[in-house]
Design a protein around this ligand. Structure first.
Ligand code: ADP
Ligand code: MG
Length: 255
């Protein structure tokens, strides 16, 4: 798109589940500093692809490069420390945890840090905790979550949870964020607010790659669109280019 260099490159990635290829040699480039939409029919492999890129799943074959470095199979916390992060659905199972604690829980670890190697009584650990707390407050402020910082996450609406997910990715001070359906199930006004936050983050230079079913949102937000079907890249281009494509229409409509 527009000759921007690639921030992320996925090459010939294959991932099978019980012998069936969910990803079957998928490859594409994500231009730096843009908002890229990843679309495709249900079962195309979009979520699996995000899981591979973000280090949750190892590919059976192929390569993922972030900012030119081979990061294939790298664990999520190491990728986050390098500047590539993703939204995760807020875990159930921590019902009493507040919004603030959620932001702090998922702050990046120092490279190689383990809990027992970073005793809380050390000066460095306390300084770091204070720095992360400050960051969490600033992020809550920009996402208009400040009044909810002490609320248990279970008390939040679906859209507010999505904002907390985005806030958590920002704790890593990322240069690229992957988002799996950041507006799904969110009421339209909060959806528009989330879209505006994404545009503001992008305007600060953060590259975004989002999976989203709402084509109006893809059209509004995305500079570049990658269409997947059956574990492969079908076509890439601007929104208008890809929706005109006959193969894309066939993949969606089965014509
Ligand atoms: P999308 O997000 O585009 O809807 P997915 O990546 O979720 O597609 O799924 C792609 C294919 O991989 C589907 O056929 C799905 O059933 C299969 N799949 C995804 N995750 C798993 C898993 N953990 N175990 C088995 N099959 C899976
Ligand atoms: Mg999915």
């Amino acid at each position: 798109a527009g000759g921007a260099p690639a921030v992320l490159k996925v090459a010939a990635v294959t991932r099978r589940f019980f012998g069936v290829a969910a990803l079957d040699g998928v490859g594409f480039a994500v231009p730096a500093g843009r908002i890229t939409g990843l679309i495709g029919p249900n079962g195309a492999g979009k979520s699996t692809l995000l899981n591979v890129v973000s280090g949750l799943l190892r590919p059976d074959a192929g390569q993922v490069r972030f900012e030119g470095d081979d990061v294939t199979g790298m664990k999520p916390h190491r990728l986050a420390a390098r500047g590539l992060t993703r939204t995760f659905q807020i875990a159930r199972g921590f019902p009493k945890m507040s919004v603030f604690q959620h932001l702090m829980l998922y702050g990046p670890r120092q490279p190689g840090e383990r809990l027992l190697q970073a005793p809380m009584w050390s000066r460095a650990a306390r300084d770091r905790e204070a720095e992360l707390a400050e960051r969490a407050l600033a992020i809550a402020g920009r996402l208009r979550l400040s009044p909810l910082l002490d609320a248990p996450v279970t008390a939040l609406s679906g859209g507010q949870k999505k904002l907390v997910e985005i806030g958590r990715t920002l704790m890593a001070e990322p240069r690229m964020i992957l988002l799996d359906e950041p507006m799904a199930g969110v009421n339209p006004s909060l959806g528009a607010e989330i879209a505006a936050h994404l545009q503001a983050l992008n305007a600060e230079g953060i590259s975004l790659c989002l999976v989203e079913h709402d084509m109006a949102l893809i059209r509004q937000l995305c500079h570049h669109v990658v269409v997947m079907a059956e574990g492969r890249t079908l076509v890439t281009g601007s929104f208008d280019e890809v929706v005109e494509n006959a193969e894309v229409q066939e993949a969606y409509l089965g014509r």
